[in-house]
Design a protein around this ligand. Structure first.
Ligand SMILES: Cc1cc2nc3c(=O)[nH]c(=O)nc-3n(C[C@H](O)[C@H](O)[C@H](O)COP(=O)(O)O)c2cc1C
Length: 228
């Protein structure tokens, strides 16, 4: 799936079919989380995978009785490990960077789930003590979010998004320009041209990369055969 489609079409899904999410997909989701940027590359997160039905029921309860969650086949509790961040960056690290690191990992996981055809939802409304009890989370680790994943049984419409002009300022906070279309290069076909050329570059590079990968794999398989 194209990155742009993935970003634009991902939705929070709250209705799921009673089907299992393959373990490989859970692995891919966690892998994607682990690839997120983090302050000083600390990777101070932990991901608790919850599949047990009765634990999921308890989790839905801990998430302020969001009962629909129990039908999501997998929950992932994203935990922030505050100690390493505090050690390196003080209060800013403990409070701000830990939250940001986890948020970056979460977004990677949600987008990957969408790319895999799964539905997902970010849940921030929960009783921290209850979530800690369910998953036996130690004192110095803070659950930042519970993520629900499953085979979607709904295709929600996009909730209203603000116009980007209302959230964008130019050079200084609150400073607008008269013609913001000009600033975003929406006039003429300039943007389309630049998109086309980036796409071509990426395609060329990807082809080369695939060739390399094929060669590498063949070499690996040959070596293995010889060593057997
Ligand atoms: C920090 C955070 C907390 C959220 N908490 C909840 C929640 O507790 N329950 C829920 O159903 N959705 C929750 N959401 C999902 C938002 O409601 C949803 O992202 C928003 O309505 C936009 O919809 P979309 O994700 O389909 O674009 C949360 C999202 C974020 C980023």
């Amino acid at each position: 799936m194209e990155l742009k489609d993935c970003i634009f079409n991902r939705r929070s899904v709250r209705k799921y079919l009673d089907l299992e999410v393959p373990r490989e997909m859970v692995g891919e989701i966690i892998q994607a989380g682990s690839m997120a940027p983090s302050s000083g590359n600390l990777q101070n997160w932990g991901f608790i995978i919850v599949r047990d039905k009765s634990a999921r029921n308890k989790m839905a309860d801990a998430c302020l009785q969001q009962d629909w969650m129990a039908n999501a086949n997998v929950h992932i509790v994203v935990c922030g490990l505050e100690d390493p961040s505090k050690h390196h960056y003080g209060l800013r690290g403990e409070r701000l960077y830990t939250v940001q690191n986890c948020a970056a990992a979460i977004q990677n996981m949600l987008l990957t789930a969408h790319d895999l055809g799964l539905g997902s939802c970010w849940i921030g409304g929960f009783d921290e003590g209850m979530v800690k009890d369910i998953c036996d989370i130690p004192d110095n680790v803070r659950p930042q979010a519970v993520l629900a994943f499953g085979i979607p049984d709904e295709k929600p419409d996009i909730p209203k998004r603000e116009n980007i002009y209302n959230m964008s300022f130019f050079e200084e906070y609150d400073s607008k320009v008269e013609d913001s279309d000009e600033c975003f290069g929406y006039h003429g076909d300039l943007m389309l041209k630049s998109l086309k050329s980036s796409k071509e570059t990426v395609e060329k590079k990807t082809d080369k990369w695939l060739d390399k990968l094929e060669k590498h794999t063949k070499k690996f398989l040959n070596n293995r055969k010889e060593n057997k």
